[in-house]
Design a protein around this ligand. Structure first.
Ligand SMILES: [Fe+2]
Length: 397
């Protein structure tokens, strides 16, 4: 972290009104410069040294951000036309420091916080609702002829269904990720613009369910929505058998390298592990081992959505429901090596992607989150499911 301070004294002949006007302009700096943190301005209270009447202080993540601020056209023009004519004396210091009590505080740019929802167009809205209620354990919250919201926990929804009778199979059109602060949102929006990508408005209904946000299409045309302050219910659903979180989408793509670069370089997802040539697992600030996975494939589709259940017992109870009703289990109980989770997958094409119900998806500690080095694992089924007995056991995928 870089702290930048400016101590100053106005010229004696400056009137109170002009003085207040300049101080008010200094107070607009944090709005003009989103990379500026912890801005403050105050009068000098010292009786030992009254050389300066005020000090202004601010922090930046690093020297590039400080230089960007100092070198900006607006800053230079402000100094030339507004500042120098009214200042008698000033002193500037910039120094690097570690935040107290956090010797390894990261200054890396932040990514999204975590996955909140997927939007799926489905040919039969009511049948999909029934499936998600019984087999995934979601609670229906809002339902019209055109759309439905279902939730897992307190977050407003984890699945938004859109009625699309013209479709034969369900199709995921958008994935939504929350972002911790307006500052991070602005950083991501800036990176999207700088990458030459179109910044889209959030879907109309979603605009009313958060503070601020935007959308962007990934290289496959899948819409990624990013937003702050997603609405939450005061209580989780009063259902015993339900997921506690939507953890990740798994995206199959024909543009593997481009898609991985988009999520890691433009949207600041962090690689957690690679199955070389096949899959990249990426995490967000909520520290799940992966909040997104991208797989090299011959076609693009959202292959699955993963929900975390409360326990392995709950995973097995949902599996029992699937067996009882004859719901198609696309991949039976597996032990994922990368995320150390135990899961099974349901799949009926009419309802969209596979639904993975898992337990004990790995969550990194704050320290691991900053220091974990992504492993490069060979494309061997045992590196996907440790319960495979041999390197050629691909049969159950
Ligand atoms: Fe998964």
């Amino acid at each position: 972290m870089i702290r930048h301070t400016l101590s100053f004294r106005f010229i004696a002949e400056l009137g109170d009104t002009d003085r207040e006007a300049v101080l008010a302009e200094l107070a607009t700096f944090p709005e003009r410069y989103p990379t500026m943190r912890g801005w403050s301005l105050g009068e000098n209270l010292s009786t030992r040294d009254t050389t300066f009447s005020h000090t202004m202080s601010m922090d930046f993540d690093g020297l590039p951000e400080l230089r960007e601020y100092l070198g900006s056209d607006w800053h230079e023009s402000f100094v030339r036309t507004r500042w120098r004519p009214v200042i008698a004396q000033q002193a500037i210091t910039s120094y690097e420091y570690l935040q107290r009590g956090a010797s390894n505080v990261s200054t890396r740019p932040r990514g999204p916080y975590g996955m909140e929802y997927a939007r799926i167009e489905v040919p039969d809205l009511q049948a999909t609702i029934d499936f998600l209620q019984y087999h995934v354990g979601l609670q229906l919250e809002e339902h019209t002829d055109d759309y439905a919201y279902l939730r897992a926990d307190i977050e407003h929804h984890s699945i938004e269904l859109i009625s699309a009778p013209e479709r034969e199979d369900g199709w995921t059109t958008a994935i939504g990720f929350s972002v911790e602060s307006e500052q991070v949102l602005q950083l991501l929006r800036k990176q999207v613009s700088e990458a030459g990508l179109e910044v889209l408005d959030l879907q109309g209904r979603q605009q009313g369910l958060c503070d601020n946000g935007f959308g962007v299409k990934d290289p496959n045309g899948l819409i990624v929505e990013l937003f702050t302050e997603f609405q939450e219910y005061a209580e989780a659903p009063h259902l015993e058998l339900r997921p506690v979180d939507l953890v990740h989408p798994f995206i199959a793509t024909t543009k593997y390298a481009e898609t991985v670069a988009f999520y890691t370089e433009v949207l600041n997802f962090i690689p957690s592990d690679y199955v070389v040539g096949s899959t990249t697992f990426m995490r967000c600030e909520d520290r799940y081992h992966h909040s997104l996975a991208v797989q090299n494939n011959k076609e693009h589709y959202v292959a699955h959505l993963c929900f975390a259940m409360k326990s392995l017992d709950h995973v097995m109870r949902m599996r029992a429901r699937a067996l009882y009703k004859g719901a198609p289990i696309a991949s039976d109980i597996v032990n994922h090596s990368a995320s150390t989770s135990i899961a099974f997958y349901l799949h009926d094409r009419k309802f969209g992607p596979r639904f993975e119900l898992c337990d004990r998806h790995r969550v990194f500690t704050p320290e691991e989150h900053e220091t974990h080095r992504a492993r490069r694992m060979p494309a061997d089924p045992r590196n996907i499911d440790v319960w495979r007995p041999a390197a050629d056991d691909w049969g159950r995928f």
